[in-house]
Ligand binder design. Sequence first.
Ligand code: NAP
Length: 227
Amino acid sequence: MSNTVLIIGASRGLGLGLAKQFTHDGWQVIATVRDPQRADELKSLSNVRIEALDIEDAAAVDALAQRLSGTSLDVLYINAGISGSRELSARTATHDDVSHLFMTNAVAPVRLAKRMLSLVKPQTGVITFMSSIMGSVESGPGMGMPLYGASKAALNHLTRTFVAGLEEASGLTVLSMHPGWVKTDMGGAEAPLDIETSCRGMIEQVKRAAGQGGHRFVDYQGEALPW
Ligand SMILES: NC(=O)c1ccc[n+]([C@@H]2O[C@H](COP(=O)([O-])OP(=O)(O)OC[C@H]3O[C@@H](n4cnc5c(N)ncnc54)[C@H](OP(=O)(O)O)[C@@H]3O)[C@@H](O)[C@H]2O)c1
């Protein structure tokens, strides 16, 4: 039987790249998009079940978990994220900017992981959160986009809390993943990496991590990153 992955946020960019690579590798893919009307590339892939989801909508997350009840996931890949405006800083951000950034990038992914946890294989399953090197408290400052970086640092922190709450006997592996700096709508045209290279690398790391347990902050090449 083939492996199954649930990818959250797969309409474009890295999420779409992950869906393409996982299907290429023979996996069953369940992929969420905010607007199924704008998912033509995803629809053209075989072995993809498309579900509508805005990660900020807790009721929709709950409904999706119910629709997927009975599904056994090898991988839950929480990719959805936003950068906000590049200039956002503690000085310029509005209340709405901060709330949107931190809800989408930090709170909603962990809330979703908690809701979907029972669907993930307890011994060999992998939950991957799409983080960023900008979320490293040691390395991120000075790289630019300080509020975005802070939202990913918050994601890493909440992820550790999530992992600390797992049962001791759990063999689940949790990864906080940096995809590299990738040419997407968010990464921009000047980014050095293409989507395919990043996604191939990330999937390699996810496959390697299965069954290892614990929580690691790594990049698409498997390099450990400083928290
Ligand atoms: N590109 C890079 O260099 C880079 C580096 C480090 C980390 N990352 C992280 O990697 C992830 C993907 O980035 P990307 O470069 O592929 O960005 P992207 O091209 O801007 O795509 C972002 C994806 O997230 C989805 N999304 C945004 N808000 C959502 C919400 N509320 N609910 C559900 N889906 C939502 C988008 O869906 P819509 O199409 O509906 O908007 C889209 O599929 C993000 O978490 C990002 O922070 C990227």
